[in-house]
Design a protein around this ligand. Structure first.
Ligand code: GTP
Length: 264
């Protein structure tokens, strides 16, 4: 079985952490903190940036989609709007993804983690053919876990919470990969309410009753569905700004990976 550092008794196998999150959830800040956290722990990360539209990355990427694909040029060449251009850029990059895997493979023996940034418009990544090809080829090569970054302060109302959880649930079903809910920005709003709602169905029902009107019956049924989703879920709270909670996050990564990839 794999150990927390991603090593087996035979050879080192890096763990891929694929980061997904809505715009503004703090994905970039999270990756910056994760990158430095891993380095201070003497774990070697390899950084892949798959977001063609990011202006400035606050950390160095080993492979950056922007090095080969000029997103603004794609907009001009194909007369596309921003979302169409992100999708087309991803499609163009996916045709070269076998080369990306070769680069990672050359370094794999010395790596502990491969951390991947994805476009802030998550649906472009999760629902496109190229997003699926990239995800599947990574997951077929290395143990891969998905970190779904949540803006905790903005998800503290029961209705918003549930819609965010349904979204997370749909990504889980789509990718079928080990999944970690990452409640970010806990320096602003601690994620205790989320832990309570995920572990105590009745507490969530009570919160819903105070919050909703005509939607309440549908929301009640949906929250029953989600109760099952929570049961097999890994989650943690952290702050990408202060760095609190990253040790727990890494423990969740190891747990999610080891439960899923028992053969590694
Ligand atoms: P896009 O680039 O639009 O996709 O956003 P993103 O998800 O990459 O978020 P980004 O890292 O740019 O963070 C969005 C805002 O949230 C910024 O103002 C960050 O400073 C802030 N932020 C991110 N993480 C935290 C956190 O843990 N605590 C607090 N207080 N603010 C945070």
């Amino acid at each position: 079985a794999a150990t927390a550092g991603g090593t087996t008794k035979d050879a080192k196998v890096p763990t891929v952490i694929l980061t997904i999150g809505m715009a503004g959830s703090g994905k970039t800040t999270f990756l910056q903190r994760l990158n430095s956290h891993l380095r201070t722990q003497k774990h070697v990360p390899y950084v892949l940036n798959l977001d063609p539209a990011v202006n400035k990355l606050p950390f160095g990427a080993n492979i950056d989609i922007r090095d080969t694909i000029d997103y603004k040029q794609v907009m001009k060449d194909y007369t596309l709007g921003p979302n169409g251009a992100i999708l087309t850029s991803l499609n163009l990059f996916t045709t070269k993804f076998d080369q990306v895997l070769e680069f990672v493979d050359k370094r794999a023996a010395e790596l502990d983690y491969v951390i991947v940034d994805t476009p802030g418009q998550i649906e472009i990544f999760t629902w496109s053919a190229s997003g699926a090809i990239i995800t599947d080829s990574l997951a077929a090569t290395y143990p891969t876990v998905l970190a779904y970054i949540i803006d905790t302060p903005r998800t503290a109302g029961p209705a918003t919470f549930m819609s965010n959880m349904l979204y997370a649930c749909s990504i889980l079903y789509k990718t079928k990969l080990p999944f970690i809910l990452v409640f970010n920005k806990t320096d602003v709003t601690p994620h205790d309410f989320a832990v309570e709602w995920m572990s105590d169905f009745e507490a969530f029902q009570r919160a819903l009753m105070q919050d909703t009107s005509y939607m309440s019956s549908l929301m009640n049924s949906m929250s029953l569905v989600l109760d099952e989703f929570y049961e097999n879920l890994n989650y943690c709270g952290l702050s990408a700004v202060t760095g609190a909670g990253f040790d727990d996050f890494m423990a969740q990564v190891a747990k999610a990976r080891d439960e899923y990839y028992a053969e590694y």
